[in-house]
Design a protein around this ligand. Structure first.
Ligand code: MG
Length: 262
């Protein structure tokens, strides 16, 4: 998925709208978390998230994404087990021992928020618990580097460093991104990189940082629905994402119930 190549500087007023979109995304996450249990289908999760959009006066960033050829049919992506990202909500019923990645996006007065998390359904294997814990920790390590004066390579290097001691594949085919009036804007924000390299981060930018870590290799395949990305080896995959705003007052994670200044 690619958007504009232009990096636009956001104002404080723009960021205020992105914070409302972000709070809507956080509430969509909470609604999904509350109903995800064995026996529930991924389309049930989508239905729970739809109600929240209406409450916040937001539209979905995902519904219809991709254009008339193959519009995305959900307001969230639901990616169980070996699915990495972009899974379509549907008949799949969650079972004890599954994991499911939930990605949600909302638009408030034209401004986007985008965030994802992976949750365990019932009891999961220890190595799977570790995968989730390491992926979320990598996200926060990346967010900590998202500050004015740093470079994009600092984010990628920090994410990669958390994965390094573990037998984990860091997905390289899909990456984080700039975000604002479009969900996917320039620049790309890879989950790998070199400290001190890449684009200089400046006030007025906003990024979605989103490590995708696999228990097996980093290789991925797209299914026949032309959306769902799965691991090539069938190993479980986790995905954690937040939107971060580079403001005059510091970096703010907007996709939490309460925006958090880092
Ligand atoms: Mg994203």
């Amino acid at each position: 998925m690619t958007g504009s190549r232009v990096i636009t500087k956001k104002s404080a007023a723009d960021f205020d709208k992105m914070k409302i979109a972000g709070q809507c995304v956080a509430a969509m996450h909470a609604a999904v978390r509350a109903c995800a249990e064995p026996g529930v289908s991924t389309s049930d999760l989508d239905r729970a998230a739809r109600g929240v959009l209406r409450e916040y006066g937001c539209r979905s960033s995902f519904l219809g994404y991709g254009g008339p050829e193959n519009p995305f049919p959900g307001v969230i992506c639901t990616s169980p087990n070996s699915a990495i990202v972009h899974g379509i909500p549907g008949e799949h019923v969650l079972r004890d021992g599954d994991i499911v990645s939930i990605d949600a996006g909302a638009i408030y007065e034209g401004w986007h928020g985008d965030a994802a998390f992976t949750m365990a359904i019932g009891d999961v294997a220890d190595e799977v618990k570790n995968l989730l814990e390491v992926t979320e920790r990598a996200l926060w390590a990346g967010l900590a580097q998202a500050k004015a004066g740093n470079r994009l390579g600092d984010i990628g290097a920090a994410v990669e460093e958390v994965a390094e001691p573990h037998a984990i594949g860091v997905v390289r085919d899909y990456v984080g991104h700039g975000i604002g009036r479009q969900m996917h804007e320039a620049p790309s924000v890879p989950n790998y990189g070199k400290q001190g390299k890449g684009l200089r981060i400046k006030t007025g930018m906003a990024f979605a940082i989103e490590p995708m870590f696999n228990l097996g290799t980093e290789q991925s395949v797209v299914l026949d629905d032309l959306w769902t990305v799965v691991t090539a080896d069938g190993a479980f995959s986790a995905h954690f994402e937040h939107t971060v705003l580079i403001t005059e007052q510091g970096s703010v994670v907007s996709t939490l119930a309460e925006p958090r200044t880092l």
